[in-house]
Design a protein around this ligand. Structure first.
Ligand code: Q9C
Ligand code: ZN
Length: 679
């Protein structure tokens, strides 16, 4: 299994720049690239990546997507005077050429292909290419929106040819619609293109009818183009997360790509003058983390837009930290998608219902009939083209005030979310005989014989069991728990002969340690004696047998009927567990694995892996000693190692579908991240 993260960067791509005044293009500056690299150095991330050199993309590679005529046009800009460059630029919308543009655009293509080669050959698991000029707006015969060659589209075609790959997923989280990518793969079912974009009912650039949610692809490619239009500005972490959970991820897991490419624009982040959105840098850590679970981890992130230097560079750092497997910072902000986001989600889910099994059982009210010509734009109504000239100076001042405000906010915010990261990732407490089942780099815990901890165990367990027998195990468990709570380590794993007793003790100790909220997930058949009234613990019980207990505010049962071999449980995971967990915002996640667990090893690894998005990745895993064969599958995701191949998502059983639907209905008033419709 491949490991490591590739980073592709070259200073030379900073030579492409705007030579004249142009208020539309003047945000696409060389410092976008250099400031990202500088910040990566600052966080000591460069030395943790494998540095891969850039190369030029060849003419054969560029013409996988672009016409020879267009290639010639760009080539000819090399020897032009400034006057000629201006004229050539004016042939396209929001584009500038420089004498080095052709060279840089070839390097941007080549850098992207170097990244894809590193990942497809198994040299690294994943990686990021920092490139300029960006690519996703450029088309077969046209430059557009600062983009010259379509780096990501070329990479998709290149991979399919060279590595005989059948399915590529392109996730475009840039705030603009990558219409170039859409056009290139519109009729191609082998490339699934997902884009969210500022749209404002078609008033926002590039103001295209075909950017709306009902444009789903054509011919054989029907269903393989997903557009999520943002009709309001100010979208937040919870809006982006909701779209991932309820739109992209179910479809992506069903599609089961062999490679994931990200058109990674950070103009969808806070402070960006183009996007006007509010997602904070750690949001990109979470988005990245989700995508790392597809395609056996083969994830290539390629820079597109991003025009607020601080926001851009912090978000790029969060992306690369996550690719490297670091713990995730908690997602900040209220976990409640806004009404406009809910409407967009509903519309795109309804539009895609005919094409994806994951939506086929949903009650989605039919779509509004959008006229074929234009969307909500009235005939003759002018398209917003930016700020009226008279107000430009004032607007520039307000913009720069805003930018400085965001700078200050981000300085504090990043300190806050990164300062307390523990030095050690995972500690374990297991019987010595089991130690060889563990990854070699985890740290063992032996502090259980402290008298203080023993006293806590004795006081707790005396009435239940022969205390002396479990004294050491439970003492070790408390020691592990304390290390997590005191932020000495990120996560811990304990094997115990009495998993459910252990969990009750652990929870009690959490209260002693003044933890506010603990999310407990029980997998398998267990008795639970947990006090659930005050909201300090939330219990999710995943079991095969029908439980008699009704769901309460802080306790839900998922009675999961065993699925067919290889089937995953994405509807439960993305439809219930993760939305509830993100809404609850726990300080610690405790996962308890008992006998008869019905998820299978892949299911349990995926669950544990995805739970690292919560509670700053602080997880305590308790395993019943009869289930010790699961040790490696649980330890690996805890250490940030994502290995399992989840395979395609076969249709879930009717009973499970029904259970998930009822549960969502019942819970979505309380736990808002479950919502995915404005109706
Ligand atoms: N009034 C990328 O982010 N704005 N391109 C044009 C015209 C162009 C963005 C506004 C924005 C291009 C890669
Ligand atoms: Zn953009």
């Amino acid at each position: 299994m491949a490991s490591g993260t590739a980073l592709i960067y070259d200073d030379e791509m900073t030579s492409h720049r705007l030579l004249w005044e142009d208020p539309i293009c003047d945000i696409e500056i060389p410092e976008r690239l250099s400031s990202c690299y500088k910040n990566l150095k600052c966080y000591n991330l460069v030395e943790r990546c494998l540095s891969v050199p850039v190369r030029e993309g060849t003419e054969d590679e560029i013409t996988l997507v672009h016409s020879l005529d267009y290639l010639e046009v760009v080539k000819n800009t090399q020897k032009m005077s400034e006057e000629e460059l201006r004229k050539a630029s004016a042939n396209y919308d929001a584009v500038f050429f420089h004498p080095t543009t052709y060279r840089c655009a070839k390097l941007a293509v080549g850098a992207t292909l170097q990244l894809v080669d590193a990942v497809m050959s198994g040299t690294t698991r994943n990686g990021m290419a920092l490139v300029r000029p960006p690519g996703h707006h450029s088309q077969r015969d046209a430059a557009n929106g600062f983009c010259v060659f379509n780096n990501v589209a070329i990479a998709a075609k290149y991979t399919q040819r060279k590595y005989d790959v059948q399915r590529v997923l392109i996730v475009d989280w840039d705030v603009h619609h990558g219409q170039g990518i859409q056009y290139i793969f519109e009729e191609d079912p082998s490339v699934l293109y997902f884009s969210w974009h500022r749209f404002e009912h078609q008033r926002y650039w590039p103001s295209l009818r075909e950017s709306n949610y009902d444009v789903v692809g054509r011919g054989k490619g029907e269903g393989f183009n997903m557009n999520v239009p943002w009709n309001k500005i100010g979208m937040k972490n919870s809006d982006y997360l909701a779209v991932f959970l309820h739109v992209l991820l179910p479809v992506a897991f069903e599609f089961d790509p062999e490679l994931v490419l990200v058109s990674a624009g950070y103009d969808s982040g806070i402070g960006d003058p183009e996007g006007q959105m509010s997602a904070t840098p750690e949001c990109f850590a979470h988005l990245t983390h989700f995508l790392m679970h597809l395609a056996k981890g083969k994830l290539c992130v390629v820079l597109e837009g991003g025009y607020h230097l601080r926001s851009l560079s912090e978000s790029v750092c969060m992306t690369i930290k996550t690719l490297l497997g670091d713990p995730l910072p908690a997602l900040s902000g209220e976990m409640k998608p806004c009404l406009s986001a809910l409407e967009s989600m509903h519309d795109v889910r309804a539009a895609h219902k005919p094409y994806w099994k994951c939506f086929s059982y949903e009650d989605l009210t039919p779509l509004k009939d959008l006229s074929t010509k234009s969307c909500q734009l009235e005939e003759g109504e002018p398209v917003q083209t930016g700020i009226p000239l008279v107000n430009q100076q004032e607007a520039a001042k307000t913009n720069s005030d805003e930018a400085t405000k965001t700078d200050k906010f981000l300085e504090l915010h990043m300190k806050e979310i990164l300062s307390l990261e523990p030095a050690v990732r995972t500690v374990v407490a297991v019987a010595e005989g089991n130690a060889d089942l563990l990854p070699s780099f985890v740290q063992m815990e032996m502090n259980g014989d402290s008298e203080e901890l023993k006293a806590i165990v004795r006081a707790f367990a005396a009435e239940f069991v022969n205390v002396e027998k479990v004294l050491n195990v439970l003492g070790n468990m408390l020691a592990v728990l304390e290390k997590i709570v005191k932020k000495k380590v990120t996560s811990g794993l304990v094997v115990s002969p009495e998993a459910s007793l252990s969990s009750a003790l652990a929870l009690k100790h959490c209260r002693n340690l003044r933890l506010q909220k603990v999310l407990c997930i029980f997998v398998g058949d267990m008795d639970m004696n947990i006090d659930l009234d005050d909201g300090k613990a939330f219990l999710i019980n995943i079991c095969g047998k029908q439980s008699e207990q009704a769901n309460t505010k802080y306790s839900i049962s998922l009675n999961w009927k065993e699925d067919a071999e290889g089937s995953t449980f994405s509807s439960m995971l993305f439809g219930v567990i993760l939305p509830v967990a993100y809404s609850y915002q726990p300080d610690l996640v405790m996962i308890v694995v008992g006998s008869n667990q019905i998820l299978g090893t892949n299911g349990i690894s995926l669950l544990i892996s995805l739970l690292q998005g919560l509670a700053q990745s602080r997880i305590l895993a308790l395993i019943q000693d009869t289930e010790v064969q699961l040790l490696e599958d649980i330890a690996k995701p805890l250490t940030g190692d994502i290995t399992p191949c989840f395979g395609t998502c076969t249709p879930a059983l009717q009973e499970n579908i029904h259970m998930v639907k009822e549960l969502r209905k019942e819970l979505q008033q309380e736990w808002k991240m479950l919502q995915c419709s404005g109706k």
